[in-house]
Design a protein around this ligand. Structure first.
Ligand SMILES: O=C(O)CNC(=O)[C@H](CS)NC(=O)CCC(=O)C(=O)O
Length: 275
């Protein structure tokens, strides 16, 4: 099975972001023929303050129902290219609160998974920039997996990657690959991005698939930078695909035989004594 991570530089123009995602996925589908494409976190909107996020938010339909523009765009992309679409995350209008929510569609355009980001980014970055994701977003409380081409995928988002217990729980729930769409900040990304993702791959013996936003965006009059470096790591922790700076995509083969060998030769799950 081939998987492509899509690297975007989205801003606060939702229609332009949807068009950019369609273009990048079409290019990836044509050149690399992936079975699954993965978009970054909040690929429909980045920056623009509270108002842009409220405007970009969509009420999600009940299964089978008609959704908003991003929801319907993902269904159409899945059908057009006959691929599974992992929709990174979109901004979900949950009534009282927003949610940072992943949707997954199968090649027929049916929604097959929905996950709300559990861990919210309330921190101060090394350059002094403060982030308070919980001011706008509620947190999820459920682990979610789905199956495609016989492989079980676990869902996580961005800051979740700092909480290894979530990844271990997904491995125990049967995950062989774990998706981590992200808007990783440049400040934290340059020191932590690849280290954390490879560690999650090594300790869970899962493929780690991390599509990221790259470049600058505007937030309340200031420019902010996100790190990019979208990557796929194998269950041994090798980086087997990686995007350069800029928008684009990168593709790798997910090989069940590699997962089986790594887990058979080093059965760390059976050796666990403390957790
Ligand atoms: O704000 C939105 O609309 C969507 N949410 C995000 O982009 C979130 C909160 S600002 N970003 C992260 O979690 C980055 C984590 C990170 O960079 C790290 O863990 O170091």
């Amino acid at each position: 099975m081939r998987v492509s991570v899509i690297q975007m530089n989205q801003g606060s123009d939702k229609a332009a972001n949807i068009a950019a995602a369609e273009r990048l996925i079409a290019a990836a589908a044509e050149s690399d023929r992936p079975h699954l494409v993965s978009l970054p976190e909040t690929w429909t909107n980045l920056g623009g303050g509270r108002d842009a996020r409220m405007r970009a938010a969509e009420i999600l339909p009940d299964p089978g129902g008609e959704g908003g523009p991003a929801y319907e765009a993902m269904r159409a992309i899945a059908r057009r290219h006959e691929v599974f679409v992992h929709g990174g995350s979109i901004i979900e209008d949950g009534g009282e609160k927003l949610f940072n929510t992943t949707l997954v569609f199968d090649p027929e355009g049916a929604e097959i998974a929905r996950y709300r980001k559990i861990h919210l980014f309330d921190i101060t970055a090394p350059d002094g920039t403060g982030y308070r994701e919980s001011a706008l977003y509620g947190g999820g409380d459920r682990l979610v997996t789905f199956t495609a081409h016989g492989i079980t995928f676990g869902l996580t988002i961005c800051y979740d990657m700092r909480f290894p217990e979530q990844y271990l729980a997904l491995r125990r729930a049967g995950a062989e690959a774990i998706l981590v769409p992200s808007n990783f900040t440049l400040q934290t990304g340059k020191d932590h991005w690849e280290v954390l993702l490879r560690a999650r791959a090594i300790e869970t013996q899962c493929w780690i698939i991390a599509a990221a936003s790259w470049g600058q965006y505007e937030e309340r009059g200031a420019q902010r930078s996100v790190y990019g470096h979208s990557l796929i790591a194998d269950p041994w922790g090798h980086v087997v695909a990686k995007a350069s700076d800029g928008v684009g995509f990168s593709t790798a083969r997910i090989e069940p035989a590699v997962t089986e060998r790594v887990r058979r030769d080093m059965p760390v799950l059976e050796h666990r004594r403390l957790a």
